[in-house]
Design a protein around this ligand. Structure first.
Ligand code: CP3
Length: 344
């Protein structure tokens, strides 16, 4: 029997949607914190195949999710391209910045990324031998725009201001960076697939700040190019695209990019998604992450409502964004039990 996630991605409407959760390996789990302490810090954990394998498996053991997502980060690719990367505790990532053409010339060539990223491919190989037979292995990368926002600003920004400014003031440098990231993401994901990833997901966390023509050029077009190249090299490989906060931009995203599944955040209503996005293919989402903190009856009724709203087409249940460190693991169990109960 084919794995449930792969069936949903192939367009099948299942009686119970399969489930996994963004950031399912993370600081809300005591066993994650213990392994991270053993590794020393977050980046050392990402680059240690044995420990990265262990933290990827932890939520599978504890909750029995239908998919495991490789433990890594979207900012490892810029690091492999030669950017400096470090994490400030309690604040988030910091990178060397790209403010003009000289920032680009300092970067390495696409073929050089695999030296840094080879431990990540080893983690994928470990996982493809270690996962239960019913569990799907998802590889991932950041989308070029989202990764570029961090490379340009050197950190996370509320409105992606520095990236929008570079786009306005030095379009050639901005577009060269998007092109470099598009080409290197194809190589990075291709190696993950060769190592055993059965699905790949492209995280465009900041797609929502691209409007109009910019959304087509820098969210849609790179996702289309990456998807087309991967499917040409690895026929049948399913792709999940996550243009977070795209709003109306979710409509037609499957068709325009060739993605098998579009993941939606919780700023859009499940009923609206059923009407406007799901007719084009599988959708993933979209429970608000705060229910993993607050739990209770509101969690139960929201899980049932979303499941019901998306029950007429292919659906992978997930949160609208990553689970937060203050979440209670018992609420994750409640979400899964509620989803898998017989429909009332
Ligand atoms: O989902 C998973 O469990 C797989 C692993 C994964 C991580 N990051 C681990 C991580 C994935 C898929 C990501 C994606 C990622 N990373 C995104 C896109 C998705 C999203 O959340 O919007 C982005 C924007 C990043 C960049 C990033 N990494 C930031 C901004 C931060 C700091 C914020 C935070 O949550 O601490 C990280 C760190 C990070 N990546 C952690 C984890 C488990 C926390 C690190 C720690 O243990 O301290």
């Amino acid at each position: 029997m084919t794995k449930t996630i792969l069936r949903a991605l192939a367009g099948e409407t299942l009686p119970t949607p399969p489930i996994w959760m963004m950031r399912q390996a993370g600081r809300y789990l005591p066993e994650y914190k213990a392994t991270r302490a053993e590794a020393g810090d977050f980046l050392s954990l990402c680059y240690n195949p044995d420990l990265a394998t262990e933290v990827t498996l932890q939520p599978i053991r504890r909750f029995g999710f239908d998919a495991a997502i490789l433990f890594a980060d979207i900012l490892l690719l810029p690091q492999a391209l030669g950017a400096d990367l470090w994490f400030v505790t309690g604040e988030g990532p910091r990178l060397s910045t790209i403010t003009g053409p000289e920032g680009l010339t300092k970067l390495k060539g696409i073929d050089d990324i695999h030296e840094t990223l080879s431990p990540i491919y080893q983690t994928v190989r470990n996982l493809s031998g270690a996962l239960p037979a019913e569990t799907t292995l998802i590889g991932f990368a950041g989308a070029p725009w989202t990764v570029a926002t961090y490379m340009i600003a050197g950190q996370g920004t509320p409105d992606q201001g520095p990236a929008h400014a570079l786009k306005a003031e030095d379009r050639a440098t901005f577009e060269a960076l998007i092109d470099l990231l598009t080409a290197s993401t194809i190589e990075y994901l291709s190696k993950q697939i060769e190592a055993g990833a059965e699905v790949v997901k492209i995280f465009d966390s900041w797609a929502g700040s691209l409007k109009g023509e910019d959304f087509s050029k820098y969210a849609l077009e790179p996702a289309r190019e990456i998807t087309a190249a991967l499917k040409a090299r690895h026929p049948g490989i399913p792709v999940i695209a996550f243009p977070r906060e795209a709003g109306e931009g979710y409509i037609g995203f499957h068709a325009a990019t060739g993605a098998d599944c579009v993941a939606v955040d919780n700023s859009v209503d499940a009923e609206w998604v059923a009407e406007h996005v799901q007719p084009d293919g599988c959708v993933q989402g979209n429970l608000a992450s705060r229910h993993m903190v607050t739990g209770g009856d509101a969690l139960v009724s929201e899980v049932r409502r979303i499941r019901q709203a998306l029950s007429k087409g292919p659906h992978i249940f997930n949160l609208g964004h990553g689970i937060t460190p203050d979440a209670d693991p018992d609420n994750v169990t409640l979400m899964i039990e509620t989803l898998r109960e017989t429909q009332k």
